[in-house]
Design a protein around this ligand. Structure first.
Ligand SMILES: Nc1ncnc2c1ncn2[C@@H]1O[C@H](COP(=O)(O)OP(=O)(O)OP(=O)(O)O)[C@@H](O)[C@H]1O
Length: 821
């Protein structure tokens, strides 16, 4: 059954994302022996005082676009106790909930911008009231989404609120389905969280706190301490700072309503609107939106507004949202500072700010937005200010109960924070309180923490393990020539393309190129980079989230914090700028309790960088990603056609852009444009255009023919319908067809026509586990091996020399003896 194209199952296969065909066999461009890692030479150009060991950030440019330049700096100073494996992950649900929500928000531009959330803790009548109010408000600010159109509710918290809240936990009011019972989340009990928070946790299905949550929540929520927290990627750091914030806000409300009750004052008070209590800053927009979603999920049963303030979205809408006085604001430094410097009331009245959070703190200090962050920090009231200052603060905040004028807590979190002993000692001694204190040799993250007002009794929770990477992550590399990277990427996606994959590039140019090639090859890939409109960025993220085997090609804008369930593979198409970025990029997979793998594509020019990276992460060996070379001829054939198509399409579109620019400008100037050049040139131009369009059609047809057939290894026998890379569904259909064919053959006394042999897709992680082998990547060891090899060669050379001399001497002696005779 060689002509498989005629078969209906294969017709189905053709409609699938990946298309296959057996093709001719051009030779795979093998990397020269000298380029292979096994024979890697210590590159003398790597200086003894390795520049990659210095973690330095550029000081110019935009925050996002800076992640898309072609320079690298590696180096991590890590010291760390192990991280327990103690988390159970139900994040899929959360992830899909969030994704659905974002989808809803995306449908309405306004709601995306808004990102505010009202979490309702009131009884039925209040809900009714709120509904009417909501209608009014929606009328006022046309187009505001349901979620962000939250209205001021009127909760009545009285004596015995706790009991009421417990009743809420019983679930009579909320018809929300909880994944877990209160009994299932017993492990959370010791953290003494508010019952409504426990209910949210039941809803999220998180059976037990992760180690970072266990360590941070008591210190932050009950001891009122500042926290510097470091733990591996995907370990639940967001809730580690979010839960203490919500806990304290809830406790304060209860106390306040109790004291109002004691004073026999009306306890009918809205907690929805109030001064800003928590300001959370993240380095990227997507992360800010994700963190605010996460907070909303955690605060599902509370009456707390969370608003996200990020760039790329309507400022007016965000101002409107801030007028509702949300207690929690999550944002990026650029837009926050833009609004603050314009005097946005809610953002500049910071006397009652109780929480200041820097998520992915080490990223904040690296580039352009540091100045904006610094300006925001300068606006914050001092945490350990004099009593005079407190008096001033109290005077300014007449509306605030004393309760809320407590000292501010600062949380600094990341997966890659390393604090010097000097800083730890300094913390013990007590930091100087002045904001103008200059860095006395402290690294920037330390200066930042100090300036943000970290107090001396800060809880430092460092749970990063010695390897720093997520413990269920399997790292690997694939060595190839620069020009073969596209082929190997296609190999990974087509032979092993199971689950979601993120491909990281450092430059937007590379991202554009590979996304165009992959699209021509019918692999539907979405892109994410800083030059995209925010709307398009969110759309790409949503589509990627919604596609089970989706492919996202991203710059380092997506490297930090993004939590998308089901990412099985991370491909480092280009190596990142620093070891930190490598850790964060790789951490998009193997999150919470899931596993995953990352593959770094290493060309000869990447080796120096790669060695430096391995050295700074203390890696001596790494697994080589296994490649079945038998697939490469067909892959290279497809790729060669795709490149030709890409080239023609690119030059056509460039021509069109040029033309449209010219005619547009001519139109603006009111000039009539005539075809330039001689008649001969014009005819030649038309001919060329026609030729290129004919060629394009021909190439497209040729590629379609290749893609119609399953991707098969060169050794594949035509007697079989299916080879590797056939999805389980197609495999099953082919087997049924085969059975039918065999039965028909029996009935008509013919020999059975075909046999089906195939295999399910093997995802990269499985392939790596089954046949990836360890290769030494330590520069020192490579140097030692090289020395040994050189010594061995020298010994051999000497031995040969000695043998030759011996022979020569023997010959001489023989001749001398013969002469004497
Ligand atoms: N106690 C828990 N049990 C199970 N899953 C949890 C728990 N806490 C958080 N999660 C889930 O784990 C995932 C990762 O959490 P989060 O995004 O907070 O990680 P992170 O440590 O901030 O990662 P990164 O360093 O990459 O930013 C999320 O999907 C979250 O819902």
């Amino acid at each position: 059954m060689a002509e498989a194209t005629a078969h209906p199952p294969l017709e189905i296969a053709n409609r699938k994302r990946r298309k296959y065909k057996k093709g001719k066999t051009p030779k795979r461009g093998e990397a020269p022996e000298s380029d292979r890692l096994d024979s890697l030479q210590w590159n003398e150009s790597l200086p003894a005082d390795n520049p990659f060991l210095v973690l330095a950030g550029s000081s110019e440019g935009g925050f996002l676009s800076l992640e898309e330049i072609d320079e690298s700096e590696y180096g991590l100073i890590g010291e760390t106790p192990g991280l327990e494996d103690g988390k159970k992950n139900k994040k899929k649900k959360l992830g899909s909930d969030m994704s659905k929500k974002r989808k809803r928000e995306n449908e309405d531009e306004v709601s995306v911008d808004d990102g505010s959330c009202l979490i309702d803790a009131n009884e039925g009548e209040t809900v009714a009231k709120r509904k009417t109010k909501k209608k009014k408000r929606t009328k006022k600010s046309k187009g505001v989404s349901d979620e962000s159109g939250h209205l001021k509710g009127e909760p009545v918290l009285e004596e015995g609120d706790k009991v009421k809240l417990h009743d809420n936990l019983a679930g009579d009011k909320f018809d929300e389905k909880l994944i877990l019972d209160e009994d299932d989340v017993y492990a959370w009990k010791e953290l003494r969280l508010h019952p409504l928070l426990i209910k949210s946790i039941c809803r999220l299905g998180f059976k037990e706190p992760t180690p970072i949550q266990k360590a941070c929540i008591p210190a932050a929520a009950h001891q009122g301490k500042d926290v510097i927290g470091a733990a591996e990627t995907g370990s639940g750091k967001t809730l580690a700072f979010a839960l203490p914030i919500l806990q304290r806000l809830l406790e304060e409300r209860e106390k306040e309503s109790r004291s109002l009750h004691e004073e026999n004052k009306s306890t009918e008070k809205s907690f929805l609107e109030g001064p800003l209590r928590a300001l959370i800053i993240t380095p990227t927009r997507e992360l800010a939106l994700q963190v605010s979603d996460h907070l909303k999920e955690a605060a599902k049963f509370l009456e707390i507004q969370v608003v996200s303030i990020v760039g790329g979205m309507s400022t007016e809408k965000q101002e409107r949202l801030l007028k509702r006085k949300p207690e929690i604001v999550v944002g990026t430094p650029g837009r926050l500072w833009e609004l603050m410097s314009a005097g946005e009331e809610h953002l500049v009245e910071l006397q009652s700010l109780s929480f200041f959070v820097l998520d992915e703190a080490d990223r904040m200090i690296e580039s352009g937005h540091f100045h904006e962050l610094q300006s925001i920090i300068d606006m914050l009231p001092m945490t350990n200010g004099s009593s005079q200052q407190s008096v001033k603060a109290s005077a300014m905040c007449k509306t605030l109960p004393n309760l809320q004028l407590k000292k501010r807590q600062t949380f600094v979190f990341s997966a890659t924070i390393s604090l010097s002993d000097n800083f730890r000692r300094k913390l013990k001694r007590g930091l100087s309180s002045s904001k103008s204190s200059t860095s006395d040799g402290l690294s920037s993250i330390e200066t930042l923490s100090e300036k943000a007002g970290i107090r001396p009794d800060v809880a430092i929770v460092d749970l990063t393990n010695a390897a720093i990477m997520a413990h269920k992550l399997e790292e690997s590399f694939l060595e190839c020539r620069e020009e073969d990277k596209e082929a190997y990427l296609y190999y990974i996606l087509s032979v092993h393309g199971q689950g979601r994959t993120i491909i990281f590039c450092t430059s937007i140019a590379a991202l554009r190129r590979i996304s165009s090639i992959l699209r021509i090859l019918c692999i539907n890939a979405w892109t994410l980079h800083a030059q995209m409109q925010q709307r398009a960025r969110l759309k790409a993220m949503d589509r990627f989230r919604g596609s089970e085997h989706g492919v996202l090609i991203a710059t380092d804008v997506a490297a930090r914090g993004l939590d998308i369930p089901g990412i099985r593979t991370v491909v480092h198409y280009q190596l990142p700028h620093s070891a930190e970025v490598y850790i964060h990029r790789s951490g998009r997979t193997a999150r919470a309790s899931a596993d995953g793998c990352c593959i770094a594509l290493i060309s000869p020019s990447d080796k120096t960088k790669f060695f430096a990276l391995c050295k700074s992460l203390s890696k001596e060996s790494l697994r080589q990603f296994p490649v079945d070379d038998a697939y490469m001829p067909e892959i290279l054939k497809r790729l060669s056609i795709a490149r030709q198509i890409d080239k023609i399409s690119l030059s056509n579109s460039q021509e069109n852009v040029k033309k449209s620019w010219f005619s547009r400008n001519a139109e603006l100037l009111g000039i009539e444009v005539e075809e330039s050049g001689s008649e001969e040139d014009i005819v030649k131009g038309y001919k060329q255009k026609k030729m290129s369009s004919v060629q394009l059609k021909k190439l497209q047809q040729e590629l379609n023919d290749h893609l119609k057939r399953p991707l098969q290894p060169k050794t594949f026998s035509h007697r079989y319908l299916a080879g590797a890379g056939v999805s389980p569904l197609i495999q099953q259909q082919l087997e049924e067809l085969s059975k039918k064919n065999t039965a028909d053959a029996k009935n008509s006394n013919r020999r059975a026509g075909f046999v089906v042999i195939g295999q399910d897709f093997v995802e990269p992680l499985q392939a790596l586990r089954s046949s990836g082998h360890e290769v030494c990547v330590s520069v020192e060891k490579n140097r030692e091996t090289q020395k040994l090899a050189e010594t061995w060669k020298r010994t051999k050379r000497d031995e040969k020399k000695r043998a030759r001399e011996k022979k020569r001497n023997e010959r001489k002696n023989r001749k001398a003896k013969d002469g004497i005779r």
